[in-house]
Design a binder for this molecule. Sequence first.
Ligand code: ATP
Length: 239
Amino acid sequence: MLSVKDLHVSYGGIKALKGVSMEVNEGEIVTIIGANGAGKSTLLNTITGFLKPASGEVVFKGHPVGRNPAKIVKMGICHVPEGRLVFANLTVQDNLQLGAYLRNDRKQIAVDLERVYMLFPRLRERMKQIAGTLSGGEQQMLAMGRALMTNGELVLMDEPSLGLAPLLVKTVFEIIKEIKGLGKTILLVEQNAHKALAVADRAYVLEQGHIVKTGPAHEIAQDPAVRAAYLGTRSVVAG
Ligand code: ATP
């Protein structure tokens, strides 16, 4: 479904991605694990057109995605950004409706809104509440719901568990599985390698702008170097 080919991305003199290639097949949850600053957000922001690569290509369902974020959303890729980035002054319902901004299939939008409220009953309870007054966990659910309202087939998620209490982290990962159950394909970027590898089908390990390992998630979770670096056996600096 998604193919990233030899992507190089820099911020001025800082090379954040140094030849990253990876793939996501339809129906999979693929996770990218890596330390702070490894380049995970840079990869997602390049896929969705917010950053321009120096070289390389992103292909979605056989078509190069180009560099226009709105067009990329229309193609079927949606993004749950790091830090949620909900519209703080708007209501929950307005945030969700904005997820459908590029759509004009009114009936299906109503069906999808109902589906989001089924998935996140808390959002239904708070549909009239101003988003900025929600808890961090609720804002994460809203950011996920807003992405689902685009009706994209591929959902990119950037650190959905960041800053959440352990119970909410568990809920977020359960919801990720439910989103897969809705027929979505998921590319999940996480520092919480333990949880990400438990939910994913396949994994890539990103270190300092390079993919250093890939394989089925359960195999990556057993890899001694990965266990040492990311699964808490001992603390190791990436690279
Ligand atoms: P985190 O989990 O901390 O978000 P990450 O794996 O998502 O980490 P990126 O945010 O993609 O990493 O950052 C990759 C590299 O690019 C880092 O060295 C970072 O300092 C640098 N970087 C990211 N954003 C910018 C920016 N706007 N300007 C300059 N350098 C940046």
